[in-house]
Design a protein around this ligand. Structure first.
Ligand code: 0A1
Ligand code: ZN
Length: 795
């Protein structure tokens, strides 16, 4: 696919309401192997808030071929309109008042490797329209504040595509001549076009039902390839739990009689919340104990919840413009985090979420692509589905909860829905609802939306034994409203006092009275604000290289890696008996059934961490034990952990284990992703050549985003090979970015992000990394997606 998007920077401050709105949309898809005909009939409504415009511009794309235009039933003369790669302008001949616009376009989903708009994955047709994919299907006002009611008719060959799905309710279906058939879907709720979805394929379905709190039965269907139907039980159970949880926690009920999930193999992101027709990356739906790890199960539960929760936070109330993305994403991540915390271990979930924030979001916020959770400018919106917008955005939502309490937060959310249901709104509207429901002053939160960067908070404590007072002083830079739950205890005792401290100024002091003995303060309990706290953390596990590098100016990644490895080995040697005991005591008895349950997961995690540490010591006993565990494993958590430990041992056993794993799983592409990632991330010297060879392997399909992420992003985690002193790892990565950019811009843009941290490294590596960035920046025909990242990363 040619790169046709011009890199144009758009600014949040330039928002203007659309001069036209669309009240109803009738879509008709004629799906064929050579091309697809899309006919749309739009009811155009002038937006009277605006002065009367003379022309109408509809977004489009070079992939869309215009066949015909009719206005109020009559063909529009060619002199009245012009179409190019950006869109269609109707310059003249526009009726006044409301009118009908009919547009026929032809597209080629089978050639669409970008996976935005309508495309093919395996044998099926599917769609992805967020953020700006709908314009790849037909000319449209492709912006989230244009909300319409949709009716969609799909027609296709019945034998090849027995299942034809779109949003809303099925209102008609039938057979046609020539072995074809059709369905008609009507969505009673208004929605922006990014929530439109279409699926056509030969899919098997698993069904269940959910009775809502008002007693309505909802049909739940999960569609997959026929050979995967046995792998959806957990996703279905997660969906039902999510529906129940949202009713119990927020009083939010599902609003249609049908909820569909479809598993798609080729998918750029995790999943997509299209109204009543969620599309999921297969890896986030399909799971059985023997093919998926505890971590996979946890992610599936969280993402199924996330997409379901979007039905209210995102779909019923959506974003006015894409700069407001965190309005739906920060809020929905907060909701899925709470869902998983309530279902499993709240403490473990919080530690995991904070670890992810620190490992992924803090570096992003300190790097060249740092942006506020509500960015001010964007070239390609796809580049802003970031840890900042999602995870930091969720932390900001958590601040509301800390400041208002659970009940105040719930009241705010209730008011938000009462005010804005069916609307497209801003982060300011959200904050206003939260403030108005509780009477709280939340103006201090503006800084979190407006500024990038991680604030630093320093806390000092003084105890006056004579006066019996404790003075807590906090300094923050820059000043933002920070709710920090703090408590004080005397050593070894239960919590004495606990309070939410509102840190609104650069320096602030709180005095606690009646504190007779010097206590131990405990601040930022539960990590109640996404800040760096300057105090000594005692962590059991060694920090990741990604966390270490930013702390060491001019880091030599190889040196850091070797130091970290030596420390880990020394620790393992010193703790050997404890590690052996942890591995032994937490192993399941033979034949024990797998359970995805907090206690069982914790035991497996501890045992596998111990085995990983023991593998650093090597030796015949350890190797034989690992081999035996690898062969006997009855679940993927233990099997993958044993394989990773054998990978660490290296040599012949490593290769034999990898070969055995491939032979066992070669028909399970999702399991092979683990096999690919493990080899790509290897720190064996000279592994770059092995990765180039791996790219030719029959299991590696470069048009599949999951494969690219497992191959290239894993490779970039190898300090030895990605950061090889001769620059060969950077060369390989840059070559690969340019190669993948010809297939899929979004995937290439994610890959090129691994160069963003070049300022963290020593001068030689910094120079090699920037040289690779410059080479990519000046390559012919790079996409706007890659252009945005490389130009921002360069000095
Ligand atoms: N809204 C989805 C994420 C998503 C975003 C963009 C996509 O295509 C470019 C696809 C999915 C979510 O938050 O789950
Ligand atoms: Zn989301």
């Amino acid at each position: 696919m040619a790169a046709t998007d011009k890199p144009v920077e758009k600014f949040r401050k330039d928002y203007k309401p659309s001069p036209y709105l669309i009240s109803t949309v009738h879509l008709d898809f004629q799906l064929n192997e050579e091309s697809t005909l899309v006919q749309s009939k739009l009811r155009i409504v002038p937006n009277h808030a605006e002065s009367s415009p003379v022309s109408l511009f509809l977004n489009g794309h070079a992939d869309v071929v215009l066949e015909s235009i009719r206005v109020n039933g009559a063909d529009l003369e060619a002199s009245h309109y012009a179409a190019d790669a950006q869109g269609l302008t109707i310059k003249s001949g526009l009726p006044s008042g409301e009118w009908d616009l009919e547009i026929a376009t032809r597209i080629k989903p089978q050639e669409n490797t970008s996976l935005e708009g309508l495309y093919r994955s395996g044998g099926m047709f599917c769609s992805q329209c967020e953020a700006e994919g709908f314009r790849h299907i037909t000319y449209f006002l492709d912006r989230p504040d244009v909300m319409a009611k949709y009716t969609s008719r799909i027609e296709a060959d019945k034998a090849k595509y027995p299942v034809l799905l779109s949003n809303g309710n099925l209102v008609d279906q039938g057979d046609l001549e020539g072995g074809r058939h059709f369905t008609v879907w009507e969505d009673p709720f208004v929605k922006p076009c990014y929530l439109f979805a279409l699926v056509a394929g030969d899919l098997a379905v698993q069904e269940d039902t959910f009775r809502t709190m008002s007693g309505k039965d909802v049909a739940l269907r999960i569609y997959t390839d026929a050979h995967n139907t046995s792998k959806v039980a957990f996703a279905m159970q997660s969906l039902k739990r999510a529906m129940k949880w949202d009713e119990e926690t927020f009083g939010l009920e599902y609003d249609l009689d049908l909820f569909n999930i479809v598993a798609v193999d080729d998918f750029n992101m995790g999943a997509m919340e299209n109204k009543s027709l969620n599309l999921f990356n297969s890896r986030l739906v399909l799971a059985t104990p023997d093919t998926a790890t505890d971590a996979d199960f946890g992610r599936i539960e969280g993402v199924v919840g996330h997409e379901y929760f979007h039905n209210w936070t995102g779909n019923r109330v959506t974003c006015r413009d894409w700069f407001q993305l965190t309005l739906k994403e920060g809020l929905t991540v907060y909701r899925d985090q709470e869902f998983s915390a309530d279902l499993n271990s709240r403490g473990v979930k919080r530690v995991e979420d904070v670890a992810r924030l620190r490992a992924a979001q803090f570096p992003e916020d300190a790097g060249p692509l740092a942006h506020a959770i509500r960015p001010d400018s964007v070239i390609k919106m796809d580049n802003f589905y970031t840890a900042t917008v999602y995870e930091k955005g969720a932390e900001v939502v958590r601040l509301y909860e800390a400041l208002l309490g659970r009940a105040g937060f719930r009241a705010g959310l209730d008011l938000y829905f009462a005010r804005h249901d069916g609307g497209a709104v801003t982060c300011d509207d959200f904050r206003a609802a939260m403030a108005d429901a509780s009477g709280a002053d939340l103006g201090g939160l503006e800084g979190w939306y407006a500024r990038a960067g991680t604030p630093r908070v320093e806390v000092g404590v003084e105890h006056d034994a004579g006066a019996g007072t404790l003075t807590v002083t906090a300094t923050q830079a820059p000043p933002v409203l920070t709710a920090r739950e703090g408590g004080v205890t005397t050593a070894g005792q239960a919590m004495l006092r606990q309070a939410v401290l509102r840190l609104e100024h650069q320096r602030q002091t709180w005095v606690f009275e009646r504190v007779p003995a010097r206590p131990v303060p405990s601040v930022l309990r539960g990590f109640s604000a996404p800040v760096r706290l300057t105090f000594k953390a005692h962590a059991l596990a060694l920090p990741d290289l990604a966390e270490l590098v930013p702390e060491v100016p001019g880091a030599d990644p190889l040196l850091l890696h070797h130091v970290r490895e030596a420390a880990a080995r020394a620790l393992a040697a010193a703790l050997r008996p404890e590690l052996e005991r942890a591995a032994r005591d937490n192993s399941d008895p033979p034949g024990a059934p797998y359970e995805f349950e907090a206690g069982a997961c914790a035991r497996r995690a501890l045992k596998n961490a111990a085995l990983g540490a023991l593998a650093r010591l090597g030796g015949e006993g350890v190797t034989q034990d690992l081999l035996a565990r690898f062969r006997a494993a009855t679940n993927m958590t233990d099997e993958a952990a044993a394989l990773a430990a054998l990978d660490r041992i290296g040599g012949k056993v490593r290769q034999e284990a990898l070969d055995a794993f491939y032979a066992k799983w070669k028909h399970e592409p999702l399991v092979l992703l683990k096999w690919i990632a493990m080899q790509a991330a290897s720190n064996l010297p000279g592994n770059t050549a092995a990765v180039r060879t791996l790219m030719q392997h029959e299991a590696v399909k470069l048009s599949n985003p999951n494969t690219c992420y497992s191959l290239f992003l894993a490779f970039a985690r190898s300090p030895v090979n990605f950061h090889a002193a001769d620059g060969s790892g950077y060369e390989f990565m840059a070559d690969s970015v340019l190669q993948i950019d010809q297939i899929n811009h979004q995937v290439a843009a994610r890959m090129v992000g691994v160069f963003n941290s070049w300022r963290n490294y020593d001068a030689e590596r910094g120079a090699l990394m920037t040289a690779a960035l410059r080479r990519m920046a000046s390559a012919n025909g790079i996409s706007a997606n890659v252009y945005e990242i490389v130009t921002k990363a360069l000095p």
